[in-house]
Design a protein around this ligand. Structure first.
Ligand code: ZN
Length: 159
């Protein structure tokens, strides 16, 4: 499946392969949340230290196009018992979310992971170990911010 979401000139273009209907729905909900957060002017303010000018270009290392668009190719890893959330490889345009995550997480957390893995596509790295510095890496900072904003909005809706 394929879809594009837009907010204030920033886009998320997402392609999925082999997902179940429920999973596609969840991913597209998450992509909508991600574009809402990254397209919002508040993201620019947050980004002061996290290279906003680079992020908004949407120029992934592998395709290099400055298109103001996050190009996300997403697949679900269905290997049994895999202890991961999501991952990606430098050499591939695809990013993966593990099956158990798709079964138990809501769109806000999935949006956070989409953004995190996409930051890797934009060349940003972090330490593998859980160090105190890791949360300040671009993938964690952006992913955590997306989650924070989505959940804050959710909370407001419930009040
Ligand atoms: Zn990562």
């Amino acid at each position: 499946m394929e879809s594009t979401f837009e907010s204030n000139g920033f886009k998320v273009h997402i392609i999925t392969e082999g997902l179940r209907e429920r999973e596609d729905k969840l991913i597209f909900q998450a992509a909508q949340l991600m574009v809402n957060v990254i397209g919002d002017p508040a993201f620019k303010v947050f980004c002061e230290n996290y290279k906003y000018e680079v992020i908004k270009t949407g120029a992934e290392v592998l395709n290099g196009k400055v298109d103001n668009e996050a190009d996300i190719n997403l697949n679900v890893d269905r290997s049994f018992g895999r202890k991961c959330i999501g991952y990606t490889y430098k050499s591939s345009a695809w990013q993966y979310i593990c099956q158990w995550v798709m079964n138990s997480w809501g769109p806000e957390d999935i949006a956070s992971n989409l953004a995190h893995e996409w930051c890797h596509k934009m060349s940003y790295k972090h330490e593998y170990k859980r160090t105190s510095r890791r949360q300040y890496s671009v993938p964690y900072a952006v992913g955590d911010y997306v989650e924070y904003v989505c959940k804050k909005k959710l909370l407001k809706k419930k009040l």
